[in-house]
Structures are given as structure tokens and as C-alpha cells.
Design a protein around this ligand. Structure first.
Ligand SMILES: [Zn+2]
Length: 136
């Protein structure tokens, strides 16, 4: 069993590595996650094996990019603008950490509705960030 898992992981190419596939979706403006074919668990961040049941039947799915703030904290680096880092529960059932911005500079609160946007990151894949959503 352990040997099989080891072999599967080694057979992954750079092109099919979970992080690479996520970046390819991000380049097209899609927030992707995985759905386990064994237990239907929504998996994020991208993995090779389901953290819930251990099977490797993980299918990529596009998220609609809508979620609610589970928790939020303001980071205030010395000499720089403060920013908000939040845990976001996406509607599809996975949780991710990202930054959240409110257009008018107001505070981000727990249970606020947010939606994903992608921020260009130069040579790297665009980064998913979240903005407050006023009506949904
Ligand atoms: Zn599973």
C-alpha cells in the first residue's frame, strides 16, 4: 500500500502536479478545486490524495468564486498599508486563505460575502484575492 502511493507520487509529471494545474486554471481566471470521487469531499489546497478518505480519484472543478468570510485579521506591516488576511468558506465547501479588500477601505467582517478576483503576478500565475460583494 505504501509502495503504491510512493510510485503514484513519483509518476507525477511537472505538468500534472496539483499546484501546476491550479496555476493553469488561475491563468484563465478560474479558481479551481478538487472533488473526491470516493467521498465527495471538496479538496483544497490541491493534493494528490484526498485528505478525508485517502483515495486518489480527485477531479478538478471550477469554483464559482463566491464565499463567506470565516475569520479575518488585519496585518499592519511597518511603513506599509495594512491589509486583511481571511479564511474564506467557498460555496462549494472548501476553505482557503487569501487577502480580502473592501473597495471603500472599510473593515472586513465575519460572514461578509466575498468573490474572487485574480491579481496579476508578473511571471507567476495570477493570484486569487477576494473583494467584498455587496449584493448576491
Ligand atoms: Zn475522499
Amino acid at each position: 500500500m505504501i509502495d503504491n502511493v510512493h510510485t503514484d507520487v513519483e509518476s507525477l509529471s511537472a505538468e500534472t502536479a496539483p499546484g501546476t494545474v491550479f496555476d493553469q486554471y488561475a491563468a484563465e481566471g478560474v479558481l479551481a478545486y478538487q472533488r473526491c470521487g470516493g467521498c465527495r469531499h471538496a479538496v483544497f489546497p490541491p493534493r494528490v490524495l484526498c485528505p478525508s478518505c485517502g483515495c486518489d480519484d480527485l477531479a478538478w472543478q471550477p469554483s464559482a468564486g463566491h464565499g463567506t468570510v470565516y475569520s479575518a485579521t488585519v496585518i499592519a506591516p511597518r511603513g506599509k498599508e495594512p491589509y486583511t488576511v481571511a479564511l474564506i468558506d467557498l460555496d462549494e465547501g472548501f476553505r482557503m486563505m487569501s487577502t480580502v479588500t473592501a473597495g471603500d477601505g472599510s473593515a472586513v467582517a465575519i460572514d461578509d460575502h466575498v468573490r474572487v478576483e485574480f491579481r496579476p503576478a508578473g511571471e507567476d500565475a495570477p493570484l486569487p484575492v477576494f473583494v467584498l460583494e455587496t449584493a448576491r
